[in-house]
Design a protein around this ligand. Structure first.
Ligand SMILES: CCCCCCCCC/C=C/C(=O)SCCNC(=O)CCNC(=O)[C@H](O)C(C)(C)COP(=O)(O)OP(=O)(O)OC[C@H]1O[C@@H](n2cnc3c(N)ncnc32)[C@H](O)[C@@H]1OP(=O)(O)O
Length: 317
């Protein structure tokens, strides 16, 4: 790729700034741009306002954005160490990114991947379900619904480049894309909610049915099945498996192919396939949120989550 000139850098930096302009009042932000390996590379930096101690705000970069306006797509990389777990702040920022993408005339598609090695996303942050207050739980679940509605219901092309583990909510994000490529290796992907003592919400289930079919979903959800890349390929949970060193290249090849399809026809087709599934959640958002709050407040669920959290903390053999 040609070295970016000053004009394209300025545009890039403006894009990074734009991504951050409309954050909620809880979030302040700043952005910067730099060149890495001749690629346009911008960081989206989020500063969490710490109301208890204004002198010590926590600073995190949750996303890296590489934008290729000349080719019509961008790469969005999750960067929330250690495992890209989905908490309220991360989802809020992701939703802002998704809004900006949807509004962009220059971006036809997005490659979703992770900047962290061996992990795409560990799914919902379990701490958002464990001993939470109702207000926070409501905000969290609402943000998650929004992420899925924006992603699954987007007109843009989304390609998931799954570079590691992708359980539960991580699998939901990947399934919400149009095409999935996963790295070969000792990784797992699937909806494992039953193993946490939780029933997968109906829109997780419907997304999986739309991806791998009813019978496979019926088995997968009851068993909380986590698939290896090879198993995932066999049931069409992913569309390709590749070596790690060519993951992004393969995703870019697919993106070029998808971008070459007449846009309006592709968008109308995508929307006709997904509209009913998305509308179902939109019609039931409030009751779905109430179910989440009611469910996570049950003693039995809290006990399950406690056990799961403790098991995760145990030293690995
Ligand atoms: C009707 C409606 C009803 C609605 C009812 C509600 C429905 C909810 C639906 C739920 C959807 C979900 O996504 S539930 C989330 C499901 N997710 C999971 O089960 C993944 C659990 N995590 C893992 O399996 C592993 O961490 C994995 C992702 C493979 C990575 O393994 P690694 O060895 O690389 O890393 P680890 O050492 O395990 O993890 C590193 C640290 O990250 C933490 N960590 C890992 N996953 C985490 C997570 N999801 N949330 C928080 N923290 C996590 C660990 O505790 C460690 O913390 P330290 O020890 O402190 O460093």
């Amino acid at each position: 790729m040609a070295r970016p000139n000053l004009k394209s850098l300025l545009r890039l930096s403006q894009f990074a700034v734009n991504l951050n302009l409309n954050k909620t009042t809880q979030l302040t932000n700043l952005s910067k741009s730099l060149i890495t390996q001749n690629r346009n590379f911008s960081t989206s930096k989020i500063i969490r306002q710490d109301t208890s101690n204004n002198n010590a705000p926590a600073t995190k970069i949750n996303f890296y954005v590489e934008e290729y306006k000349d080719k019509g797509y961008m790469v969005l990389k999750f960067n929330k160490a250690p495992v890209n777990s989905l908490n309220l702040e991360f989802l809020t920022e992701l939703n802002i990114q998704l809004d900006k993408i949807e509004q962009s005339k220059d971006i036809k598609g997005v490659i979703l991947t992770s900047h962290l090695p061996n992990i795409f996303s560990a799914g919902l942050d379990i701490l958002e379900m464990y001993q939470i207050k109702q207000e926070r739980g409501t905000q969290f679940w609402t943000a998650l619904q929004e992420t899925w509605i924006k992603l699954y219901g987007s007109n843009k092309i989304f390609i998931a480049a799954i570079n590691g583990h992708s359980p539960a909510g991580g699998c939901l994000l990947a399934m919400s894309c149009d095409y999935r490529i996963m790295t070969k290796g000792p990784y797992k992907i699937g909806l494992n909610e039953t193993l946490l003592g939780i029933k997968a919400p109906f829109w997780f289930r419907d997304t999986m049915i739309n991806t791998i079919g009813y019978r496979e979903t019926e088995k997968a959800l009851q068993l909380g099945k986590l698939y290896s890349p090879e198993e995932a390929l066999a049931v069409n949970l992913v569309d390709e498996i590749v070596d790690a060193n060519v993951l992004i290249q393969k995703a870019e090849e697919q993106m070029v192919k998808w971008c070459s399809i007449p846009t309006v026809a592709r968008e109308l087709t995508k929307s006709s396939m997904r509209r009913d599934t998305v509308s179902k959640l939109i019609a039931q958002r409030e009751s779905d949120t109430q179910s989440f709050i009611e469910f996570t407040q049950r003693d039995s669920i809290q006990k399950s989550l406690k056990g799961y959290l403790e098991a995760m903390k145990k030293p690995k053999k």
